[in-house]
Design a protein around this ligand. Sequence first.
Ligand code: GRF
Length: 205
Amino acid sequence: MHIFHFFVQQNRGFMINNLAILASGNGSNAENIAQYFANDPDVRVKLILTNSQKAFALQRARKMGIPCAYFSKEFWQDGRVILNLFHSMDITFVVLAGFLAKVPDIILQAYPQKMVNIHPSLLPLHGGKGMYGDRVHEDVLRCGDQESGITIHYTSEVYDAGQIVAQYKCEVKPDDTSETLATRVHALEYEYYPKVIEGLLRGSL
Ligand code: GRF
């Protein structure tokens, strides 16, 4: 092989990011992110994992031809098998998208500043253990907030408390229900989560 060709290949290899996405439920963000990077030569969604056998995210992954797997609570708590899987697949970056189990410390420590989560409110408001799904939007409405939005943050040992990477806002309308507010917040997630991940991978954020 020509030395220049070899060098370019080495460099390309260095730039390639292999993503694992963790999702517990519907998986619409997981699918959106996978579609966003589908034609990107430098970013591959290599794996979608879940902690729920019923997660629709598994069906979405199969439809897209992305390897996927369910791991039981014991495996998630221990973390070693999942970490070995990540290493064997050269996973360089981990994305949580509606993932409700706690990420074991052993995995957190292996991906410092290389693992992000999205929360459907403006953290630190309406976050923490038990704050997920409609509960978040119901809490926003109960508190009479004028605005809500999304927070993308690095994962840490404490739920929803990692360093914030980006936040995007939307209004809360007087006649909002948790469903209408969720739809508005989801739209922000679909627009910005892939872009923020891309920014982190390319070092432009
Ligand atoms: C999103 O609202 C996300 O912010 C939260 O869980 C929800 C997941 O939705 N963490 P989906 O499974 O991607 O449809």
